[in-house]
Design a protein around this ligand. Sequence first.
Ligand SMILES: Cc1cc2nc3c(=O)[nH]c(=O)nc-3n(C[C@H](O)[C@H](O)[C@H](O)COP(=O)(O)O)c2cc1C
Length: 220
Amino acid sequence: MENNQAENRKAKHTMEMLMMVIALTLVTVIAASLLGVTDMFTREPIRQAQRAMLHRSLEQVLPAHVNSPIDDKLVWHAAGQNMPVYLARDARGQVTAFAWEAVAPDGYSGSIRILIGILPSGGIHAIRITDHQETPGLGDGIVHNKPWLDFFVGKTLDNTRWAVKKDGGNFDQFTGATITPRAVVKAVRKGLEFFKTNRTKLLKMAAHLDIQSEKGKLPS
Ligand SMILES: Cc1cc2nc3c(=O)[nH]c(=O)nc-3n(C[C@H](O)[C@H](O)[C@H](O)COP(=O)(O)O)c2cc1C
């Protein structure tokens, strides 16, 4: 009799455990499926939104062009990284400007991404900030302070002292916020140095891309 009761209790316990395992498995499967479905539906809209944002920024840092810079790009390989370099071209297919994203690693709150548009002569056409975590009202002047952004236009390595005024350079710092503009100025200067070193190669690569796209055209 007692043996029967003990066996019944054991069987009940085993059944409860089994039900718990089944319930947990079901919850896990449902949660994973929901995550998968959410990812499926959001991935493409997110990609489209990022592309639209990049397109808007490219239009702001490049001169007028007849091509689609977001698609007309070469890929620069350096230090294990692939960096897209976007091109602006005139009606003859000549490159009129290059644009790429530089990263300033030393912002007040981490990295700042900067889209730099530069002319083949080595002068800045324009810059725009594409990502940052700087403090609203302090460091985020790098996004909203148009005169500060416009000060970069036409600047070259030779015609400018590439530092904030506090450090003896030509660029304004912001009131109570020197770290952010200092980081941006330094990253843009490095971008200009990169361009100066690699200008010939970049122009060659861009010309080759153009030849390839000409070859890719089907005879009409
Ligand atoms: C809460 C807080 C947020 C700050 N955010 C920024 C910022 O986004 N960018 C920045 O350059 N400085 C920021 N600062 C100020 C810096 O700590 C630093 O004092 C300043 O950049 C130095 O500039 P100054 O020499 O012109 O005072 C912040 C300070 C505090 C307390």
